[in-house]
Design a protein around this ligand. Structure first.
Ligand code: GDG
Length: 470
């Protein structure tokens, strides 16, 4: 971080914590959590000795904290994590309820999946206030309070009477007004968000959608300056795409041990071509559309039977929600059908794994794969797309045009996941692409990933944020 920014302490606030503590064989173990937000921000916090405030949801989380619910992570030389305790009722209303059954589907424009229960909203407000109170307890002069994501939209509003310098980064899409307006509490949500001076989204179109929503509730909006004037305050709204820790990941991909692991993966599968996909279990990820395209691919290009293996990893998410269980069942049924139809004694077209693994274990898979497959029907960014290209030397990425990352990765083959026929053809195109083209594409992508990495994102975000106070 630049010297001038070092004067300010960073207070990062998110729903999800970067590390949780669990019991394992009667001992307490620390576990790093999987997910885009924490993967992106933890390295940054390790560099700056800041404070991270988040919900402590590990079963042993409160066994290791001090009286102020704080613990140093990842070790005693790390940064401070302050944990907030939520009751079972708060978890159900705020997290499973409003965050996951209202904000998530609406921001991803899955209106029919939303569940607008008044008690969810009441709980969301209460827990957002709780987060704000915890921030207030910690606040020091010149702190920069950087709030993250859709769980905490109201926090800036609860802090508006204080001197806190706040900003909010939104990791998921921002929808068109036609979708957002369906939320009965749309006005209060926007008012909360407009209480901050600086708001960030991944893409231009999310910024535009947000500005338009602000206009619809009566704010004065300057679309070209990307500024919103509302109830006496000004909010600047920008697109700042989250980058990855390129140096680390690319560096690992050059490491002997990693190359050995990736070679072993390829050898173990004993296949000419390997295709890899990894997603959290979610209806936005287009997993069923992808499987449909794989089915069609084997039908249309039978010469690839016995020559290509699709590896699909799925990380569990929202395991308590019935709909996610049904989705898992349906995915597993499709995998079973495709394998049942095509597999032979020595060959199985799809290898399917359910369970999350640490990021470092994913990298050799990215490395071993000739093709990376991302078919989200909508996605804020999708870091896997960036990570895949960061560790490759000649692999091809098939990327949904509906993922935020598609706006920044011209080297990928862009696909419309709803178009099964075209998706099957794109898999073929990717597998057939000459090596020279593949290498060129990877190099172009890597130059951009290196330039716009996680450090660029952090510095650029904070610079623009501080500009708001000049
Ligand atoms: C949101 C938005 C946006 C590690 N193990 C697994 C796994 N990881 C790491 C990956 C990657 C991250 O988790 C997942 O990245 P996403 O971009 O898909 O992030 P989300 O958690 O869905 O969250 C998204 C992101 O925030 C950042 O702003 O890009 O659009 O929805 O770093 O290496 N990932 C999976 N399985 C594992 O076992 N799927």
């Amino acid at each position: 971080m630049g010297a001038e920014l070092k004067q300010n302490r960073l207070v990062l606030v998110s729903n999800g914590e970067p590390y949780k503590h669990i019991y394992q064989n009667q001992e307490i173990k620390q576990e790093k959590l999987v997910g885009g937000l924490t993967t992106g921000l933890d390295p940054m916090m390790q560099e700056d000795d800041g404070l991270w405030i988040a919900w402590g949801r590990g079963e042993a989380d409160f066994e290791v904290v001090d009286q102020e619910n704080k613990v140093k992570v990842p070790d005693d030389n790390g940064y401070t994590l302050k944990r907030i305790k939520l009751s079972e009722e708060e978890k159900n209303g705020f997290y499973c309820g409003f965050s996951n059954e209202v904000m998530w589907p609406i921001c991803h424009t899955f209106i029919s999946k939303a569940n607008f229960k008044k008690e969810y909203w009441d709980s969301y407000k209460k827990v957002n206030k709780k987060f704000a109170d915890n921030i207030m307890e910690e606040l020091e002069e010149d702190d920069l309070v950087w709030i993250h994501d859709y769980h905490l939209a109201l926090v800036p509003g609860f802090l508006s009477g204080s001197d806190a310098k706040t900003s909010l980064f939104w990791h998921i899409p921002w929808p068109a007004w036609e979708a957002f307006r369906t939320i009965p509490w749309r006005q209060e949500i926007l008012e909360g968000m407009l209480s901050t001076n600086f708001l960030g989204f991944h893409t231009d179109s999310f910024v535009y959608n947000f500005l338009n929503c602000a206009k619809k509730i009566g704010a004065e909006v300057d679309f070209s300056a990307r500024e919103v004037y509302y109830q006496g305050s000004k909010t600047r709204v920008e697109n700042i795409p989250l980058g990855i820790d390129y140096q680390r990941m690319h560096g690992l991909s050059q490491d002997e041990e990693y190359l050995e692991k990736s070679k072993t993966i390829k050898e173990n599968y004993n296949t000419e071509k390997l295709v890899f996909a990894v997603d959290c279990l979610d209806y936005t990820k287009g997993i069923e559309e992808r499987l449909e395209a794989i089915r069609r691919f084997f039908e249309k290009y039978p010469e690839y039977q016995r020559k290509v293996i699709f590896v699909q990893r799925i990380a569990p998410s929202r395991t308590g929600i019935e709909e996610y269980q049904q989705m898992k069942d349906s995915i597993e049924k499709m995998v079973g059908e495709i394998n049942g139809k095509y597999q032979e004694d020595e060959w199985q077209p799809i290898k399917y794994f359910y369970g999350s693994v640490p990021q470092d274990e994913l990298l050799p898979y990215y490395n071993a794969a000739d093709l990376g497959l991302i078919t989200a029907s909508i996605d804020g960014m999708n870091l896997v797309a960036k990570e895949y290209l960061a560790v490759q030397d000649s692999g091809v990425l098939l990327l949904s045009e509906f993922a935020g990352a598609a706006e920044y990765l011209d080297s990928a083959i862009k696909v419309n996941p709803y178009d099964v026929e075209a998706l099957a053809d794109s898999i073929y195109q990717g597998l057939e692409m000459p090596e020279k083209d593949r290498k060129e594409r990877v190099q172009t992508a890597q130059a951009a990933l290196k330039k716009y990495d996680i450090n660029w994102w952090r510095d650029h975000f904070i610079e623009m944020w501080l500009d708001c106070y000049e």
